[in-house]
Write a protein that binds this ligand. Structure first.
Ligand code: FAD
Length: 282
């Protein structure tokens, strides 16, 4: 979610010199919709082909805080990759700022990282994207944790945001075809010669991309609590107050492709966040 506008702009840039007016975008999650919108702004006539549309995409279950973590395996990241990743972060962060509005479900929110140990000084995507970052030590009395980092980030309400992007796409003349593509050969039969692959995890099967790894996330949704106006992150747990519910996470399970909620994970998320909340009240 965080990188969406960045990767969209970078992909569109690669196709800058292609003369084709009609292009295809595969996928209608946040990356597909962002890519389609960037291409429309560049004068292209865009058709989205997707198996699922919002609200049924993975993008609809994102947290979603603008904070790009767990995106890549640091042990395998080349300098060129890291340079492009940094560019994607900066481009996306800048573009998301244009969408801060109730209509798009994007807003600024105070966020706290809570730690038992001193916290690192590197924030996801680059420190320059988080003005007014503050660090507190001896913060146990207020937060229940001795070490706290405070920063301001953008919160994205996926249901509102994706619906608004889809509306913008239609308003600009976009066309959506609900269709599952089964193979690279089938993709080659599309009438458009230029195709942007935004199929998310679906790309592994569709294009035989064995290098793609999954990172499973599970969230719990409590009734909305509009009085809560901040987020926190604590180890792998987090709390995001959204209009459609209080989102509790989290899990970051590499190479787990299951979409089924796991009850033991539910218990860990609920109990872990309850423990944090007890500390916050002190
Ligand atoms: C619990 C959870 C919490 C998260 N929290 C955050 C967060 O706080 N911040 C953040 O930045 N990110 C977060 N993420 C990550 C984020 O949700 C995803 O990285 C992002 O939504 C992926 O978007 P996408 O458009 O690439 O893929 P998707 O949303 O999965 O969309 C893929 C599209 O491709 C289509 N498709 C796939 N295969 C085919 C095929 N063969 N034929 C036709 N169509 C196909 C699908 O139907 C769909 O339309 C979270 C994820 C989860 C699961």
């Amino acid at each position: 979610m965080s990188l969406s506008w960045g990767v969209a702009q970078m992909a569109a840039e690669q196709a800058r010199n292609l003369e084709d007016k009609s292009v295809a975008v595969l996928g209608c999650g946040v990356v597909g919709l962002s890519t389609a919108r960037v291409l429309q702004r560049r004068g292209k006539s865009v058709t989205i082909y997707a198996r699922e549309l919002p609200p049924e995409t993975t993008s609809n279950v994102a947290g979603a805080l603008w904070y790009p973590t767990h995106v890549y395996d640091a042990r395998r990241a080349s300098p060129i990759f890291l340079e492009r990743y940094g560019l994607a972060c900066r481009l996306a962060h800048r573009e998301f700022q244009s969408y801060v509005a109730p209509e798009y479900g994007v807003r600024w929110i105070e966020t706290y990282t809570l730690g038992a140990e001193p916290l690192g000084r590197e924030l996801a995507g680059g420190n320059e994207l988080y003005p007014e970052t503050r660090y507190y030590a001896d913060a146990r009395g207020v937060f229940g944790f001795p070490h706290v980092r405070q920063f301001t980030a953008m919160m994205i309400e996926p249901q509102t945001y994706l619906r608004a992007l889809l509306r913008d796409f239609y308003a600009a003349g976009g066309r959506v075809v609900v269709r599952e593509l089964k193979s690279r050969e089938e993709v080659a039969t599309l009438t458009e010669r230029v195709v942007f692959n935004c199929t998310g995890l679906g790309a592994r099967a569709l294009f035989g991309d064995q290098g793609m790894a999954s990172m499973r996330g599970q969230i719990e949704v409590l009734l909305p609590q509009p009085e809560i106006d901040y987020c926190y992150l604590a180890n792998s747990l987090y709390m995001f107050p959204r209009a459609d519910g209080l989102i509790l996470g989290g899990t970051f399970e590499a190479e787990n492709w299951s979409l089924d909620p796991d009850l033991n994970t539910t218990a860990r998320i609920i109990e872990g966040n309850a423990q944090i909340a007890r500390g916050l009240r002190r």
